[in-house]
Design a protein around this ligand. Structure first.
Ligand SMILES: [Zn+2]
Ligand SMILES: [Zn+2]
Length: 289
């Protein structure tokens, strides 16, 4: 659909009739002109036919879907430029990130001879250093640049589920198989709320506070493997709670990087499930480690 270089925002009305919003100026920005009439009937017919031809890839016939749009996350790739741990390359409509997964910040989990070693100085009086040490990884994510809602949502796995903007992987809200809660793991989170597992893979299950300290608590913090962005806990000056989000821990709306709106996840600092809820909203790409 992207080949026609027209981005569509489709609102389904109660009368099961589509209004189309499309741009006169075409690429790459989205949608300015509204038509409620049959003035553009020929266009309507062409696009309707196209939608039918690819209906297996969208939910145009889903009565619960109020908005469908073609997303393009290319604008946020530059956030990863100059990040020491990360390199990325674009190939068609996918991007492949490769990360060493080495944090750009202090931690008591660095070997003590590393310049970034720092004894725990966080606020958790129950902090308990786990026996693992940070080590170099070679993790790749191949992710679509055009994420869309999956018809069948997939659960996240243990291990990497996304990549934060400093190259550290996101993990889900579980400590182990059978949805073990993070209750005990939380006490081994370092002063930036990350920790390594037994292969030395450092990761964030919760808000990466080094990033929110550095960039702000209302900004882009990374991507999940389905290509949808993760934002900090604040939006328009208000702290997001689970009640503002769907079961996948996201919602659709404008962000600073996507002013025309995009589905995005939010981090909730003190509320489980923290980053992702009941699986990926979109279809996850390939992750190797
Ligand atoms: Zn963990
Ligand atoms: Zn939001």
């Amino acid at each position: 659909m992207r080949n026609i270089q027209i981005h569509l925002l489709i609102i389904k009305t109660k009368h099961k009739f589509f209004n189309f919003f499309t741009s006169k100026k075409i690429k790459p920005k989205i949608t300015t002109m509204r038509t409620k009439s049959f003035r553009h009937l020929s266009f309507l017919i062409v696009v309707s036919g196209f939608l039918l031809s690819c209906s297996s890839n969208n939910s145009a016939s889903d009565p619960d879907s109020s908005m469908i749009t073609n997303y393009d996350i290319t604008p946020i790739l530059s956030m990863f430029d100059g990040v020491a741990a990360v390199s990325y390359s674009v190939n068609g409509n996918t991007v492949t990130f490769t990360t060493t997964n080495l944090p750009n910040h202090t931690s008591p989990y660095w070997p003590t001879n590393n310049a970034l070693y720092e004894a725990y100085n966080g606020t958790n009086s129950n902090f308990n250093l786990n026996p693992n040490q940070i080590s170099t990884q070679n993790i790749t994510f191949t992710i679509t640049l055009n994420p869309s809602e999956a018809t069948n949502k997939q659960a996240t796995s243990l291990g990497p589920i996304g990549i934060s903007r400093n190259g550290i992987v996101f993990f889900n809200q579980y400590a182990g198989p059978n949805n073990q809660p993070l209750t005990n793991e939380i006490n081994s989170f370092d002063q930036w709320l990350g920790h390594p597992q037994n292969t030395g893979m450092y990761h964030y299950h919760v808000e990466p506070t080094y990033l929110t300290n550095q960039f702000g608590n209302n900004v882009f913090l990374g991507l999940l493997a389905d290509g949808f962005p993760v934002y900090g806990p604040v939006e328009n000056g208000i702290t997001i709670t689970n009640a503002d989000l769907d079961e996948y821990h996201g919602h659709t709306g404008p962000t600073a990087d996507f002013p025309n709106g995009i589905y995005h996840y939010h981090i909730t600092p003190n509320e489980d499930p923290y980053i992702n809820g009941n699986g990926f909203y979109g279809t996850p790409g390939n992750i190797t480690q």
